[in-house]
Design a protein around this ligand. Structure first.
Ligand SMILES: Cc1cc2nc3c(=O)[nH]c(=O)nc-3n(C[C@H](O)[C@H](O)[C@H](O)COP(=O)(O)OP(=O)(O)OC[C@H]3O[C@@H](n4cnc5c(N)ncnc54)[C@H](O)[C@@H]3O)c2cc1C
Length: 402
């Protein structure tokens, strides 16, 4: 059983681990185009992921949660407010009977834990090792690597990221939806110490999400910022001097968290949702951002992919136990069916939040005195997200009355 994973991002590594743990006899290899990162970014330049409770459970079953947990920050509450309006909503972890609503962990820590586990489990990793194409004309797929000899595989997992070059090479159709917004991400520090609250604030320019990060040596509260806004507004501030950026952000978030003191390297990109029209072919599975790139506002992309990885591993194990060819199209179609509902619901919920978060979206169009303006209705919304995270599964859109 030769399984090749193209792309050694967080998702490629997660698929490799999930498969290898379920089928220890399989030869699983990850081919990553870039050299592996070494060292850690400065605390103001790191990127982070909010892991939900279902992801916590998967990482726990792999034995790496306790290590990851100590490096991250627990989200004990989510505070939602709207600039220029009274009222706010707070959702506490206790609302769903949990100690945390999720955990924010910097990507370099997640990546390092996955790499260590992959190595421990016997997954081979080649980096830098770029794949230039894929040939599916024969009975099993072949990975092309420029002038080097091709690699024959029984199963290829394509995890080469958003707008996947290999999917283009395979001629896989993609549905693309431009969200009409641009997002700026950066880490920021405020005076004072963090209390483990995530902040979401609607402003006239667009929504701001601040996820708590563990305090660094400065002892000041550190947050991962994602600020979505109209592309023109974003371009006007994303490259300004730090002091000007902090001024603009302080005006937008207000003073509830105290004075903003620092901002790290900023990255900005146009938001779009991309979904491939087929996620499997005989001997091929498309995974992670290559399969579904979601708006980052709901922090669901990696969480969803971890669940996909577990389901693929389960499907392959069951097929192997029944003496089926584990990489055949009927088996992989079973995987596609197994993930379809979760993917549809997660995408729908993310799209709904993205619409809600749009500056001229439905929330800000409400009359000022509407009962909903208190934002209380966001509590059931948040609760449903948290419940989905625990795997209890609730229809977010129905619960929010849509
Ligand atoms: C700002 C932001 C915040 C987010 N926050 C959250 C969050 O809080 N929670 C959450 O669950 N999700 C979040 N997401 C989504 C999450 O980051 C993605 O779903 C996830 O990182 C996708 O990982 P990936 O491995 O599929 O893609 P990538 O991380 O893009 O990795 C693809 C890898 O493939 C390699 N590669 C590409 N081409 C080739 C080739 N030809 N040969 C070999 N290797 C190749 C690349 O070098 C790269 O390493 C966020 C996303 C953004 C942008």
């Amino acid at each position: 059983m030769r399984i090749e994973i193209v792309g050694g991002g967080m998702v490629g590594l997660a698929f490799a681990i999930a498969i290898k743990r379920s089928l220890p006899m399989a030869a699983v290899r990850v081919l990553e185009a870039r050299a592996l990162p070494s060292g850690a970014p400065s605390p103001l330049d790191s990127r982070a992921t909010a892991l939900n409770l279902a992801s916590r459970n998967i990482l726990d079953s792999w034995g790496i949660w306790s290590e990851i947990e100590t490096l991250g920050a627990a989200i004990k509450a989510i505070h939602v407010s709207s600039r220029g309006r009274f009222g706010s909503a707070v959702m506490e972890a206790s609302d769903v009977g949990e100690l945390a609503l999720g955990y924010v962990v910097e990507n370099h820590y997640i990546g390092a834990a996955l790499l260590k586990l992959a190595d421990h489990d016997g997954v081979l990793l080649e980096a830098p090792a770029g794949v230039t194409g894929i040939d599916v004309s024969g009975p099993s797929p072949k990975l092309l690597r420029g002038t080097e000899s091709p690699i024959h595989a029984d199963l290829v997992v394509v995890a080469d990221g958003a707008d996947s070059p290999l999917c283009h090479h395979l001629g896989v159709m993609m549905a693309r939806r431009n969200v009409g917004q641009r997002a700026v991400a950066a880490n920021v520090r405020f005076e004072g110490t963090s209390v483990g609250t995530a902040w979401e604030r609607f402003t006239g320019h667009g929504p701001i999400a601040l996820l708590p990060l563990p305090d660094d040596v400065t002892g000041r509260q550190r947050y991962n910022l994602i600020w979505s806004m109209h592309p023109d507004e974003s371009r006007a501030i994303e490259d300004v001097a730090d002091a000007d950026f902090l001024d603009a952000l302080q005006r937008a978030v207000g003073w509830r968290l105290g004075r903003l003191t620092d901002v790290g390297r900023r990255t900005a990109w146009d938001l779009s949702r991309i979904a491939v029209r087929e996620q499997v072919r005989a001997g091929v599975v498309i995974a992670g951002n290559a399969a579904h790139t979601l708006h980052p506002v709901a922090g669901q992309g990696f969480n969803l992919s971890l669940r996909d990885a577990s389901r693929l591993a389960q499907t392959l194990t069951e097929a192997h136990a029944q003496d089926e060819t584990f990489s055949s199209l009927p088996v992989l179609r079973r995987y596609e069916s197994a993930v379809a509902k979760d993917q549809q619901e997660t995408t729908r919920a993310t799209d709904f939040l993205a619409t809600l978060f749009r500056s001229r979206g439905f929330l800000l169009n409400l009359p000022r005195d509407a009962a909903l303006a208190s934002l209380d209705f966001l509590v059931p919304l948040r609760r449903s997200i948290a419940r989905r995270g625990t795997g209890k599964g609730m229809d977010l859109v129905h619960e929010a009355g849509h």
